[in-house]
Design a protein around this ligand. Structure first.
Ligand SMILES: C[S@@+](CC[C@H](N)C(=O)[O-])C[C@H]1O[C@@H](n2cnc3c(N)ncnc32)[C@H](O)[C@@H]1O
Length: 305
């Protein structure tokens, strides 16, 4: 699967195929940020037929009927399709996660409750550790409701009695009122809670790759620091611009990244330009790199056991 001395493997593939080829309990930490636009937007209209002399349908013995629209189930169908897409991938994620492993699912406020119910069924309610609220302050403010300015990150562990949580490694944050806690505590800062204030990726900063759904490195650093150890294997199978891999690299962890969009792979090729020890599967990064160091063009089967 991945050589212990390798930095990482990056696949251009459907993640379900890659997940199915990974060995059971082989990954220490999983973070995913799936897109929502995966389901078909179908509208299922529910009809009831009643007897009516003005009806436009003629039935048995010439009786006339009309149809009454009872309602539309578009809303739930969209979520059904989304969950039907996610479920087999989440089941595989649970299988490949090591006994001490952690799983982070990044979604938004419209999806989180559906995903929570699904994950409770797959991991068990006792394996649910946190719902992290990532709060940011960017973009327009609708005037007809509270402006939604947060994402939700659900944290599950494979086994609630033996997971990794490096409380001492977590970067501490400044107190809101440092004058109230004394100079020593103020200098140390405090442990972040389950509400994380963090800016989005700055629109013109060095971190920006141009990939539309890119998440901030700061969020991924915190997750990887807390829930894995140096040398651990971190998996992101909706990798996008490769933020998880970047954070893993900085923190001395190995990674597996998967995305089925060649544009994401092109962004990752630029982002990891010059990094030693990355294997690319199903994609040649060379045209996007100035300092290519990778083995290009391998297939999924070549890099899996
Ligand atoms: C929201 S983006 C992830 C962004 C990422 N967290 C970052 O920081 O750049 C979701 C990604 O999932 C990918 N994706 C969607 N369906 C997929 C599938 N079946 N297999 C692999 N990747 C998929 C999309 O191409 C997209 O890049």
């Amino acid at each position: 699967m991945i050589d212990p001395s390798a930095t990482g493997v990056i696949y251009l593939a459907d993640n379900l195929d890659v997940l199915r080829a990974l060995p059971t309990e082989s990954v220490d930490l999983i973070y995913i940020d799936p897109p929502f636009n995966t389901g078909k937007d179908q509208q299922r209209v529910q009809l009831k037929t009643v007897r009516s002399e003005e009806g436009d349908r003629v039935g048995f013995q010439g009786r006339r009927y009309k149809s009454i629209v009872l309602g539309s189930r578009q809303f739930s169908d969209v979520f059904d399709d989304y969950l039907a897409f996610l479920e087999p991938r989440l089941i595989e994620a649970h299988r490949v996660l090591a006994p001490h492993g952690s799983f982070y699912l990044h979604v938004d406020y419209r999806e989180v409750h559906y995903c929570k119910v699904l994950l409770d069924a797959i991991f068990g309610r006792e394996s649910f550790l946190n719902e992290i609220i990532w709060a940011y302050d960017y973009g327009g403010r609708p005037k007809n409701r509270w402006p939604p300015k947060h994402d939700n990150i659900l944290l599950y562990v494979k086994d609630p009695s033996r997971y990794v949580f490096n409380v001492d490694e977590i970067e501490r944050i400044p107190y809101m009122a440092p004058g109230l806690v004394g100079p020593e505590k103020a200098a140390r800062g405090k442990l972040p809670t389950d509400c994380w204030w963090h800016t989005i990726v700055p629109t013109n900063g060095a971190e920006k790759t141009g990939y539309p759904t890119q998440k901030p490195l700061g969020i991924l650093r915190r997750i990887i620091q807390a829930s894995s150890k140096p040398g651990s294997l971190v998996l992101d199978f909706f990798a996008g611009s490769g933020t998880t891999g970047m954070a893993a690299l900085e923190l001395g962890r190995r990674f597996i990244l998967v995305d089925n969009n060649p544009e994401a792979l092109a962004v990752m090729a630029r982002r990891f330009d010059g990094v030693e020890g990355i294997t690319w599967s199903g994609f040649d990064p060379a045209p996007y790199q100035q300092r290519p160091t990778a083995v290009a063009g391998m297939t999924c089967q070549d890099t899996t056991p």
